[in-house]
Write a protein that binds this ligand. Structure first.
Ligand code: DOR
Length: 438
């Protein structure tokens, strides 16, 4: 494999505290050198990618996405999902187990891993089920799943309703050392719910999903994490109350991490006015007040990471009455552009944003899959290049994902992924990027 020199970019690597204009050399599938100024390479023939004006950072890591394979290939496949991830700057993605069959046994996990090697363009790390069949009754064979190298356990799409099951899962998690990712929702309170509960849901005549439905399960899970000493990760946090609970738990030393999605950071419940089914997501879009608490949570490291919860659905799935539509937003290809609005508005620094997409999720995954989320020498050559200032209009017709279900279609975003390198291979590049021989 020819070496690739990424020249003159603005390198930001929060894992090493690097923020400088410089060059980066990739040899084979590893990062071999990073530095300023001219370099003389031992071999005369290598490729050059000129990166002046671009941010060069570790490849983004997504701890929460839905690839739909096996079972729902009309919504997404590992091939299309990983291509969409590459367009979004993601080089490692962790897929949720709400497939058919669900990821509750080693045969399906091996199938995902093999498919990802054969058809995927970025690294895919599967998440195993907490319960057999995701039915919330009997614990899944967690040790076997761990030996098949799942990176965590979750019944995402559904919470682990049964507290005894959740306790058992957290007990095993302490021994196995992998986190339990919970989708926190009191399903009795949310039954029939369509959107955030408040004045807007009343006006629209849609049944509401109260913030308390999330917070009740967050509080229960934190109590169980304290009881067991297990590792808890709270998926898609959306409310001010949840942020407060996690903040207090972290102060007490409870082993908890948490994530927030780009859509919950930039969109409010007001987007639902008009009944666009692409705004229907679970947990629902909340209020400006909640958004401010989520951003504060990110700044204080109460919320550790940003994860897309990429949830693709077909057009037919969403082309129906609001109450009948499935929950979910297709998120890979708009994540960076959405999140950059927080940087342009001065709410988050670029370095904080990048850390929440790179070294912070890498810490949760651990180093079993090599050095991820860093540009340190010897790390896997997973690199994202983006232009922070390019304006572009979202056009879902150009998405690599089969899921065109985003309320951002037609929106103007500022900040665009220009190239993605996964394990040393250029897996996505914008038309404006050229790779030339030295
Ligand atoms: O909106 C959502 N869609 N939330 C979830 O928890 C599941 C996901 C899906 O699988 O479509």
């Amino acid at each position: 494999m020819r070496s690739l020199l990424i020249q003159g970019g603005h390198i930001i690597d929060p894992s090493q505290g690097i923020d400088e204009i410089g060059n980066l050399l990739i040899t084979e599938d590893e990062i071999s050198w990073l530095g300023e100024g001219e370099i003389t390479l031992p071999q005369p023939d290598y490729d050059v990618l000129r990166a002046e004006g671009l941010i060069v950072c570790p490849g983004f890591i997504d701890l929460h996405c839905h690839l739909r394979q096996p079972g729902f290939e009309e919504k997404e496949t590992i091939a299309t999902g990983t291509q969409a991830a590459a367009r979004g700057g993601f080089t490692t993605i962790c897929c949720m187990p709400n497939t058919n069959p669900p990821l509750d046994n080693t045969v399906v996990i091996d199938y995902i891993k093999l498919k990802a090697i054969l058809e995927g363009v970025v690294r895919v790390l599967p998440i195993g089920c907490i319960s057999k069949g995701r039915e919330g009754r009997e614990i899944a064979p967690m040790c076997e799943l761990a030996s098949a190298e799942v990176i965590a356990f979750s019944d995402d799409g559904e919470p682990a309703v049964d507290s005894r099951l959740m306790r058992q899962a957290l007990d095993y998690s302490r021994v196995i050392g992998l986190p339990i990712i919970d989708h926190c929702e009191d399903t009795v309170l949310t039954e029939g719910g369509q959107m955030n509960e408040g004045i807007i849901s009343t006006k629209l005549g849609l049944r509401g999903i109260p913030a308390a439905a999330e917070e009740i399960i967050v509080a229960r899970d934190l109590a169980l994490a304290q009881l067991t000493g297990g590792r808890l990760h709270i998926a898609h946090v959306t409310t001010e109350g949840s942020v407060d609970l996690i903040r207090r738990a972290k102060k007490k030393g409870i082993r908890v991490t948490a994530e927030v999605t780009p859509h919950h950071l930039i969109l409010t419940e007001e987007k639902v006015v008009g009944y666009d089914t692409n705004t229907k997501v679970n947990p629902p879009l909340r209020t400006e007040w909640d958004i401010q608490a989520l951003i504060q949570g990110l700044k204080e490291n109460v919320i550790d990471i940003i994860a897309t919860d990429h949830a693709p659905h077909t057009e037919a799935d969403k082309l129906c009455e609001f109450t009948l539509a499935p929950f979910g937003i297709s998120g890979f290809e708009t994540a960076l552009g959405s999140l950059m609005s927080l940087v342009h508005d001065g709410q988050l620094t670029l370095s904080t944003l990048i850390s929440k997409l790179t070294c912070e999720p890498a810490k949760i995954i651990g180093n079993k899959y090599g050095k991820l989320g860093t540009l340190a020498s010897g790390a896997s050559a997973d690199i994202t290049l983006f232009d922070p200032d390019t304006n572009w209009v979202v056009d879902t017709r150009g998405f690599a994902s089969k899921g065109k279900n985003t309320p951002l279609d037609g929106s103007l975003l500022k900040g665009k992924v220009m190239a993605t390198i996964s394990q040393g291979k250029l897996v996505y590049k914008d038309d404006s990027i050229a790779v030339k021989e030295s």
